[in-house]
Design a protein around this ligand. Structure first.
Ligand code: FA5
Length: 346
């Protein structure tokens, strides 16, 4: 068989194999077997040295034509395989935009935060400043500046967690009264502030008591502040919080840092005052402590108590939220049970 016939036979065989290729691996094998250094074409071309000078160019041209043709066809096949792989991937990765999405659970502000912010908004609307305080407080501000010197019997009602002998977790937000008065420049006028925050006591946890809870302190100091201002202010705020029908009841009480002192009750939201299990058949629910700032407290901040007077109050945020939403166990606020919390999602 002459070389041109051998090339023609090789071409026919290669074209046949090309048709049957299944993947890139087989394609590469065919390229190596036919066109590679030790491939069939190279073997055939080794015989060129036996040809005459006239025959060589013709066979050479034939061989080149064959090589180009096979290369071209292998390249086409390669593209075909790539296209197939791509199509298969596209089919597999199809995104069905009509499928329903996964529902994302969205968080919500805690009911205590909501209650606190609502109270803040009412006071901000009346021109009060909102003051932030530290939960770690000194004995000096928590007790002494609140007219509770060391050994005072009323300290027993607010035993707390001590960090050192003079550093403790605050038992109420009242130290912010002294701190705010100390920082205020009274030559520029009086002050109106509320101070919300977490407080701590060595109380036994039960349905209405927690060893940590939230208070909002209120303080107004100026030149002609009277008990009437305190009454008018709290009456307005409580009606905004609990509705116009609520009545307030003022009872004499005792706090070392106010004189006179009062405790304020609100007419029961459930029975309206006739008596039920929520108000323990009294028709009233205690909501806060308040009074006129004790002269000693004013004087300790450097104020002349014959010129300046003020009122203060401290309310429990949990107590307010429990009343508003009919929650009967304070522990629900802290347990993080989503079923409890999501009832108050806004
Ligand atoms: C005080 O803490 C005073 N500092 C309030 C005050 C401020 C009076 C300014 C006068 C002038 P009392 O201990 O009563 O007061 O607490 C105030 C409110 O905090 C209570 O009415 C109650 O709502 C809430 N509270 C008290 N103890 C607890 C507790 N263990 N758990 C949850 N709430 C509590």
């Amino acid at each position: 068989m002459g070389l041109s016939e051998k090339i023609a036979a090789l071409q026919a065989e290669a074209l046949e194999k090309l048709k049957k290729l299944a993947n890139d691996q087989e394609l590469n094998d065919l390229r190596v077997n036919v066109l590679g250094k030790k491939g069939s074409l190279t073997e055939i071309l080794k015989e060129m040295k036996n040809l005459s000078a006239e025959e060589r160019p013709t066979i050479g041209a034939l061989a080149n034509e064959f090589r180009d043709k096979i290369n071209f066809m292998l390249e086409e096949k390669k593209l075909e395989f790539a296209q197939k792989t791509l199509n298969a991937a596209l089919v597999q990765e199809t995104l069905d935009v009509t499928l329903p999405g996964k529902q994302q659970k969205q968080g919500t502000r805690h009911i205590l935060t909501q209650t606190q912010e609502e109270i803040e908004d009412i006071f901000l609307g009346m021109g009060y400043e909102v003051i932030d305080g530290s939960e770690v407080e000194t004995d000096h501000y928590n007790f002494e500046r609140m007219n509770l010197p060391k050994g005072h019997p009323a300290r027993d009602m607010q035993d707390t967690f001590y960090i050192t002998e003079d550093t403790l977790l605050r038992t109420h937000t009242s130290p912010l009264q002294a701190r705010t008065m100390d920082a205020h420049d009274f030559s520029r006028g009086g002050l109106r502030m509320i101070a919300p925050g977490r407080v701590y006591r060595r109380d036994t946890d039960d349905a209405t008591h927690s060893h940590q809870f939230h208070q909002i302190e209120g303080l107004v100091v100026g030149k002609d502040i009277t008990m009437a201002d305190l009454k008018g202010t709290l009456d307005l705020v409580m009606k905004k919080m609990f509705g116009q029908d609520r009545k307030l009841r003022w009872r004499p009480s005792y706090f070392p840092f106010t004189e006179p002192s009062v405790e304020v009750d609100i007419s029961c939201f459930k029975c309206g005052g006739t008596g039920c299990n929520v108000c323990k058949q009294t028709g009233w629910i205690e909501i806060l402590g308040a009074g006129m700032v004790h002269p000693n407290v004013l004087e300790m901040s450097g104020l002349d108590s014959s010129i300046y007077s003020g009122f203060a109050f401290g309310l429990g945020v949990e107590r307010i939220a429990m009343l508003r939403y009919g929650i009967n166990d304070i522990r629900g606020f802290y347990q993080g049970d989503v079923r409890f919390l999501e009832q108050f999602a806004l």
